[in-house]
Design a protein around this ligand. Structure first.
Ligand code: GLN
Length: 457
């Protein structure tokens, strides 16, 4: 058995014994859920899926639909208009609270019912059927399979959903909802009645953790920026009036639902979901909270942990770098006497702020006082963030100012960056880069040609 499944089984076994909490009963049909049902599932960024217990048992998604419908509305409206219509403040209140801002009537929190109903109304569509269809398509794309409805739960909630209708009417009177209140809540009940499994929810959470691309199907479901904002709202608002304590203890964006579903996303790592119907006083799955708390501790998932830098960035700093070119004895002697003049610094991996700052520090420490040729070997660099590229360019410009010639060796895709720096010499191999410097040195050239006098006007 693979180690992830083994760990999930172990976690499942340990937490099964927890029998606190109550199955929700305010939607009559939900009261029939089996309190012993318990499943956990994980989907990795590589699209691999792991599960333990009843991870293939279907249940209604309920409030776990909220972040995904938020992502859909956000895609339709853009960030500014979305925020104008629905806030992003943890209300610290129960899921069915009258959570509207005093003056504007704008719902404060998109992850509790008032804000979620307003969000559903923002999904662009010609009529309620089309809106429900778009929402189902969206949830299905996140899950990577065609999802359906639990008609009985839908009917049960529609028959008992007056509080949600009341919230919608309140928002209409406050001006924050313009659609028909009855129709919008029906659409909202439809969205809550979509059937999922813990395994589905893990893929949905993994899609957010993966920047909006479903890691199983490969489909880009939402833009990266939409995934980031959705995760941010989950982090601050996802756990009702338990949101603050959740961020403190678990430290992951998450969302729970009244049927017992709970998702969490560890950005860049995996999506995880738990299904277990008994809920705590805040309305969050008891076993879900326990499982995620244990997992976060065990795997150090808390968002506020400083990222670990697994590999060294700087691979070498060498004076007297030499190419494989054949040189005459005189040339070899000259190159040997000029060891200080050609310097190579190598780097590997991803260049983010910390790595770039490290690399520039190493370059600073390696360049001599007298002008020479600096070969920056980026052949083993796999990615440079735009901000880091600008930082690197600024650091190198500073070194060039002091009379050094910048010679870059990098893979084709990164060489495009050198185009913006006509004073950099760029090569696709370190050996060619060093050989070019040797040729200049042997020809008696200065590292930097004195800048050409500007043409007389
Ligand atoms: N459909 C449920 C409701 O609106 C969803 C609430 C929840 O999951 N917390 O009452």
């Amino acid at each position: 058995m693979d180690p992830v499944t083994k760990a999930l089984n172990e976690l499942h076994r340990r937490i099964s014994g927890l029998t606190d909490g109550e199955v929700a009963s305010y939607i009559p049909k939900l009261a029939q859920a089996d309190p012993d049902d318990f499943g956990i599932a994980i989907t990795s960024m590589g699209g691999r899926r792991y599960q333990a217990g009843k991870a293939d048992t279907e249940f209604t998604i309920q409030s776990v639909s909220k972040p995904f419908v938020y992502a859909l509305a956000l895609t339709d409206l853009g960030p500014d208009e979305m925020l104008r219509r629905v806030g992003a403040e943890p209300s610290g209140e129960a899921f069915n609270a009258i959570s509207l801002e005093p003056v504007t009537g704008r719902p404060a929190n998109p992850m509790v019912n008032a804000g979620a109903i307003a969000t559903t109304a923002l999904v662009a569509a010609a009529d309620p059927e089309a809106r429900s269809a778009r929402i189902l398509d969206c949830l299905s794309a996140f899950a990577g399979r065609r999802l359906g409805y639990d008609e009985e739960v839908y009917a049960s909630e529609a028959a008992s959903g007056d509080r949600n209708r009341a919230l919608a009417y309140l928002m209409r009177s406050a001006g924050s909802l313009t659609d028909d209140a009855y129709a919008v809540t029906a659409t909202y009940f439809r969205q809550c009645s979509v059937l999922v499994t813990a395994a589905d929810l893990a893929v949905m959470a993994a899609t957010l953790a993966n920047g909006g691309r479903n890691p199983v199907t490969g489909e880009r479901v939402v833009e990266r920026s939409v995934a980031v904002r959705t995760l941010a709202v989950m982090a601050t608002c996802g756990m009702y009036d338990g949101a603050g304590e959740w961020l403190l203890n678990v430290g992951l964006p998450a969302k729970s639902g009244v049927a017992g579903g709970l998702i969490a996303a560890s950005p860049g790592r995996f999506g995880v979901a738990v299904y277990s119907p008994p809920l705590d006083r805040e309305g969050n799955s008891v076993r879900g909270v326990a499982a995620l708390t244990a997992m976060s501790e065990r795997l150090t998932l808390h968002l506020m942990h400083a990222p670990v830098h697994l590999t060294a960035t700087v691979t070498d700093t060498g004076h007297g770098a030499r190419s494989s070119r054949t040189r005459s004895p005189e040339q070899t002697a000259l190159l040997n006497r000029s060891r200080q003049r050609i310097i190579a610094v190598g780097a590997q991996g991803e260049l983010e702020f910390t790595e770039t700052e490290q690399l520039l520090g190493a370059v600073e420490g390696a360049v001599p006082a007298t002008p020479g040729w600096l070969v920056l070997d980026l052949m083993a660099v796999t990615g440079i963030r735009p901000g880091s590229a600008a930082m690197l360019a600024a650091g190198l410009a500073d070194i060039a100012q002091r009379g050094h010639r910048i010679v870059v060796a990098a893979q084709e895709p990164f060489l495009a960056a050198a185009d913006g720096h006509p004073d950099w010499q760029a090569f696709t191999s370190r050996d060619d880069a060093v050989a070019w410097c040797e040729d200049r040195l042997l020809a008696g050239e200065a590292p930097l040609a004195p800048s050409a006098p500007s043409a007389p006007s």
